[in-house]
Design a protein around this ligand. Structure first.
Ligand SMILES: [Fe+2]
Length: 226
């Protein structure tokens, strides 16, 4: 067998022939698997429409955004792995990232940014990558709808007093951004390239620490700023 060519093996004799035919095809498959490791089969009776449908589904899958495909690669148990030097795991952090804008929205709608927001842990039912993504997507849509409505209060209530809404919104941005940097690092260390990572343009002007695992700026810091 030419071991530089993937063999094309007609298996129709195996499916429809006698014992000798089956033995001959089996020997061909055996040799292909031992010498090449791959083979292509013909005469398999799989309907062409089914093959086309399978190719179509493959094309659709590989056309998905990178992050969408990644969620099929990250097993749920990875969510419970703690971040370096932290008592917080990836699931807690992913949830926390979306609680940050939730806290701001609550305040912008007449409530307040509270300590309780930032101490929240993911509810038990949020136990898979898919559910975390769906939860986050809901928050994103909620925030976008609020922004489109164009009703931005001048001030909002927070646990550090009444503050200009603009400043609290900036804190919301850098607080979430810092944690996104940490999650991006987890993704990178897992062997994946973050899709659409936050870069200099997105982070410009935000008061972020140099290192992604620098201690977080205390939540009551920069209160004058918002
Ligand atoms: Fe935080």
């Amino acid at each position: 067998m030419n071991n530089s060519i993937v063999p094309l093996i007609n298996i129709a004799p195996f499916l429809h022939g006698g014992a000798d035919d089956k033995a001959r095809v089996a020997a061909e498959v055996d040799r292909a698997c031992r010498e090449i490791g791959f083979l292509v089969v013909s005469g398999h009776d799989v309907p062409a429409a089914l093959i086309d449908a399978m190719h179509g589904m493959s094309d659709d899958y590989f056309a998905l955004p990178h992050w969408e495909k990644m969620r099929h690669k990250i097993p749920a148990d990875r969510l419970r792995v703690n971040l370096p030097g932290r008592e917080r795991n990836c699931l807690d952090l992913a949830y926390h990232i979306f609680v940050i804008p939730t806290a701001f929205l609550d305040a912008a709608r007449g409530g307040a940014v509270t300590f309780e927001h930032f101490e929240r842990l993911p509810p038990p039912e949020l136990d898979s990558v898919e559910k975390v993504i769906a939860y986050g997507q809901g928050v994103r849509e909620d925030f976008a709808a609020w922004w489109r409505a164009g009703i931005v209060p001048g001030t909002v209530n927070t646990y550090y007093g009444v503050q200009p809404a603009q400043g609290v919104m900036e804190r919301t941005a850098w607080h979430a951004a810092q944690h996104c940097r940490q999650l991006m690092e987890v993704v990178a260390q897992s062997g994946y390239a973050p899709d659409g990572p936050l870069g200099e343009a997105e982070l410009a002007g935000l008061p972020l620490p140099d290192e992604i695992y620098d201690d977080e700026v205390p939540m009551n810091a920069k209160a004058a700023n918002g």
